[in-house]
Design a protein. Sequence first.
Length: 308
Amino acid sequence: MNNSSYPIGTAGEKWNNNNKTQWLEAQKIKRSYQQEVVTLIDELKSTLEVQRYGELGYATGSYPLYALKTANFAPSKATVLITGGVHGYETSGVHGALRFAKTLATHYAQHFNIVIVPCISPWGYETINRWNPEAVDPNRSFYEASPAQESAAVMDYVQSLNTDLIAHIDLHETTDSDNSEFRPALAAREGKVNTNWNIPDGFYLVADSNKPEPAFQKAIIECVKKVTHIAPSDENNQLIGVPQEQYGVINYAAKELGLCMGLSDASYVTTTEVYPDSATANPEECIVAQVAAITGALDYIISIYNTD
């Protein structure tokens, strides 16, 4: 474990508004949400229903928010939610959701109503950031009166669907920049001393400790390991400082921590964690791993319920 400092703020003191402004002014646009994400969403209009469920409004600009739905929602079918880009910098989460939408969503629509929200945090996508412009982490903000516009918009949208979810698969990455940038920034914002964790080399899952569904998680791991390697635990049998529950799986208290996977009462929930900085990985493999996680999850539910 390595300790890191951060150039913004005063040691031992939480950030004030001036510190947050200083942080925001240091952020730069590095890629285009419109060109890299919205254009891909537009290409799916012939096979999926595209819904504009909101718009983010910041001093830095506004961003339309989009969801994709399979056609002919039926009360007789269970509904599945797939989310990506809660942390905008986690690229394969966004593009894994879009790849599934393009290649397999209509296939699985015979079994499920499917809702895909591919890029919850478009400003984070463009600036390659974990936080939003107000230095708030959307993936710690999924609760009533959320301080994050991104989280509030998704929660309102899901509620507007007026359907119970059977599953929610939230697509993420763990990157080397977690230690070089994001954890040090978090510690500085909170006025704490940062202690970095060991970055797992490979794919792993975060299950909800209140409904871990270990067989469901195992089925996903079995599917993903066909396309990318699963992260081994460290010398303490941990991943990111959390005890490993089974091969490639740790548990977090989703609702208590305000995580995206805790936004509903779905029975089957998981957060994927792809490792794009592995020496043996590439962007395509990371995207395919996210798709494999989704299909592993859905195939497991089909096998349990024998949906036609």
